[in-house]
Write a protein that binds this ligand. Structure first.
Ligand SMILES: [Mn+2]
Length: 446
């Protein structure tokens, strides 16, 4: 496995062809922007991560790069790919790193033409001249909005020379989102690798867990596992919450001490070639669940398993949610967390005290990935090649005096990543153990 994935030109070119085909009769041009370095503080910057759509379509991963895709007339024909990148500059590269340069954009990334980004203002008007519509990420990059508006303005002024400025703008993200939702072979390979690394890190964290450690130690260990195997790091801020912290859904402080008798919740996923894994596991700090903790765990696990079984072609994210809710409500009643019948807990939505989020989201380049959740107002039926999470949980606050004391301060979520296939759900995160006994054994066995 290479430490750094090399650009697979055919994959990116095929993606650009599909994108062009999706608007073949529209006389439209597409503009994508890779984004800028962001300031962390004073004169230091965050490590650059390219815009998801931009990288998905080009493979380029430099700040300040722009791509124009100009569809041709023939179906299946790849659009003309014009890249604008930072020019090579040996003196600047000594300070801030290597640049691909226009020549490199052509040779390494398959651009048909490439120019220095400082030529954008002079070249953009002629490139978009005569197209009816420009698709771009509207409002995402103020500099891009301005560059485009300026180019259109200049074409309008040259109307008498026969210039014909575009009349419409469209959101390019909607088009790319539909393609990203259906994983091609390269996307699936990257996603499998991201999830494999995520599972390995969860196992390492279970093995290392001991009372007295700190949440940030577990976080560091998980992210070390990611990086050690060549991942660029976590695909989102790792959540490492022990005891009552696990009942805070997006807890990212990660600075408490792990105490005997608590359940530790870890929601962390590695990024591989800009695809993200997303796994949550919950385990006892001491290696043994209390009776109440195990009872809560088993309810969440049953919901997770039932939800995954519903991840079939023709099913939907809404149907998975309903399936999980049913199991959770039965469990809530059985454990006596709410003194009511399961049907009443479901219908009156009383479960929201312990389960306040949805069960699934698309997974891909972004952890909460793009792609529409409804079609014509109805839940979108699953099709092969889509990847989603199934992540039921129960969160009982330490200050909830309405439940028996043993249940207070327990947060459990069990999250898997699932590929929809014609043969049924494939659990991509299956290597991360989730049976209560297995999880306990890993913590105890080291
Ligand atoms: Mn998730």
């Amino acid at each position: 496995m290479p430490r750094r994935p090399s650009p697979d030109l055919e994959t990116y070119s095929a993606r650009r062809s599909r994108l062009a085909d999706s608007l073949r009769d529209e006389n439209a041009v597409l503009v994508l922007y890779g984004g800028e370095l962001r300031t962390r503080s004073n004169d230091t910057e965050f490590r650059f991560r390219p815009d998801s759509d931009f990288h998905y379509m080009t493979g380029l991963e430099e700040p300040g790069a722009l791509a124009l895709l100009l569809p041709g007339a023939q179906p299946g024909e790849p659009p003309r790919f014009v890249a604008f990148v930072r020019p090579r500059d040996p003196a600047a590269e000594v300070w801030s790193g290597r640049r691909v340069g226009p020549q490199g954009a052509i040779e390494q990334f398959g651009a048909d033409e490439a120019y220095a980004i400082d030529e954008l203002a002079t070249r953009l008007p002629e490139l978009i001249d005569g197209y009816d519509t420009v698709y771009l990420p509207i409002g995402r990059w103020p500099a891009l909005d301005t560059a485009l508006a300026t180019a259109i303005h200049s074409l309008r002024r040259r109307n008498r020379e026969g210039c014909s400025p575009p009349r419409r703008l469209g959101e390019v993200g909607d088009l790319i989102g539909e393609d990203r939702l259906h994983k091609d072979a390269a996307a699936l390979a990257s996603l499998r690798r991201a999830i494999e690394l995520s599972a390995a890190a969860h196992i390492a964290a279970m093995r290392a867990t001991r009372a007295g450690m700190w949440e940030y130690e577990i976080e560091a260990l998980i992210e070390y596992e990611f990086r050690r195997q060549g991942s660029s790091g976590p695909g989102y801020g790792s959540i490492v919450g022990t005891g009552d912290n696990a009942t805070i859904l997006h807890y990212v402080d990660n600075r408490d001490q792990l105490r005997e008798g608590e359940v530790l919740l870890v929601d962390a996923g590695a990024e591989w070639d800009y695809f993200s894994g997303d796994i949550t596991r919950s385990w006892p700090v001491s290696g043994r669940f209390s009776a109440e903790q195990r009872a809560v765990y088993e309810v969440v696990l049953a919901a997770n398993v039932a939800g995954i079984a519903a991840a079939e072609v023709g099913g939907s994210i809404d149907a998975i949610h309903e399936t999980c809710l049913k199991v959770l409500c039965e469990g809530i009643a059985e454990l006596g967390l709410i003194d009511a019948k399961p049907d009443a807990i479901l219908e009156q939505r009383l479960y929201r005290r312990f389960y306040m989020h949805r069960t699934s989201h698309w997974l891909g380049v972004d952890v909460h990935d793009v792609g529409r959740y409804t079609l014509g107002g109805d839940p979108r039926p699953f099709a092969p090649g889509q990847v989603l999470t199934v992540e039921p949980g129960l969160y009982i606050s330490a200050s909830d005096e309405s439940v028996a004391e043993g249940f207070r301060g327990i947060g459990v979520r069990i999250e898997d990543d699932v590929l929809i296939t014609a043969a049924g759900p494939e659990v991509l995160s299956a290597k991360a153990p989730k049976a209560a006994d297995e999880v306990e054994a890993l913590v105890r066995g080291g």
